[in-house]
Design a protein around this ligand. Structure first.
Ligand code: CP
Length: 316
């Protein structure tokens, strides 16, 4: 059982994965290291890591990548999946509280994976669950497993995590993936450019936290910054987060990255996106050496396998 022994108990300090703010640099690096180890394992060895374990996959909000890469990871590791992808088919529809649902599910499963449209629900779930909880996104708040797969992708395709220049583009107000990644990169001395319309700026509390450790620049201009960055992290303007559709219509086409706009980019610059995209990256970018957003989705499997493997050995 050498694979399990390679992760010492002290390498990972958490019992739940709720927010990237809970992670030390050592926690982040231990997940990335474990993902690399698991990716190199034979299928047979991998399929024993969650043997006899059941994981609940509870999606109160739509998802393609997070839900299906978690469910693939569970199956690859030999675990069983139970759950739902639409809360309307659960007893929440009859008025059962969120807390009661979580308490019940923690009697049925060894690990709970969840996504919910409201900020703070994953933290609440971790408080009432007797089993480890993995946050697959809570409203505009946090998406820590996306951040870990983003870091894994950067490490793999850019070759380093330290001293990056990264441009975050689009919906920085409601974008949970940028909130999580901006915070994680404070451990790695990143210079961060925030490129958004004025109404979708990075929230002040996140800027203040990041600014304590990293240089930041804020702008509305995208093209001017493209030659400077190592990574351009594009995001979708999220219609579902706007209280007012008129406000959404004002900004929905604010940034559309095209191949022509990349002519002055560094040769090795990478374009990332958590996906889904709508129109913010033209499809002609897909064929360039810069585009790594589909490879980024593939990182979801080893990283989520690593998190499940680690949490399967945690005692709450
Ligand atoms: N990146 C991401 O969270 O995608 P899904 O919403 O499809 O899970």
């Amino acid at each position: 059982m050498k694979a399990k022994e390679s992760l010492k108990k002290t390498d990972f300090s958490l019992t739940d994965v709720i927010s990237i703010y809970d992670f030390s640099k050592a926690d982040i690096l231990s997940v990335l290291k474990r993902a690399k180890e698991i990716e190199a394992m034979t299928e047979e060895k991998k399929s024993k890591l969650l043997e006899g374990k059941t994981v609940a996959s509870m999606f109160f909000e739509p998802s393609t990548r997070t839900r299906l890469s978690f469910e693939t990871a569970i199956q690859n590791l030999g675990g069983k999946v139970i759950g739902f992808s639409d809360a309307r088919v659960t007893s929440a529809k009859k008025g059962e509280s969120f807390s009661d649902t979580i308490k019940v599910m923690s009697n049925y499963a060894d690990i709970l994976v969840m996504r919910h449209p409201l900020s703070g629900t994953a933290r609440l779930a971790a408080e009432v669950s007797s089993k480890p909880v993995l946050n697959g996104g809570d409203g505009p708040n946090q998406h820590p497993t996306q951040t870990l797969l983003d870091l894994y992708t950067i490490q793999k395709f850019v070759g380093k995590l330290e001293n990056l220049k990264i441009g975050f583009v689009g919906d920085l107000k409601y974008g949970r993936t940028v909130h999580s990644l901006a915070a994680a990169l404070t451990h790695f001395n990143a210079c961060q450019h925030y490129i958004s319309p004025p109404s979708l700026k990075m929230p002040k509390h996140i800027k203040e936290e990041v600014e304590e450790k990293c240089k930041i620049k804020e702008t509305e201009e995208l093209e001017k910054f493209i030659p400077e960055v190592d990574v351009l992290y594009m995001t979708r303007i999220q219609k579902e987060r706007f209280p007012d559709e008129l406000e959404y219509n004002k900004v929905k086409d604010a940034y559309v990255l095209t191949k022509a706009m990349l002519k002055n980019a560094k040769k090795e610059m990478k374009v990332m996106h958590p996906l889904p995209r709508v129109n913010e990256i033209a499809t002609d970018v897909d064929e360039t050496e810069h585009a790594i957003y589909f490879q980024q989705t593939a990182s979801g499997i080893p990283v989520r396998e690593a998190l499940l493997d680690i949490l399967s050995r945690v005692k709450k």
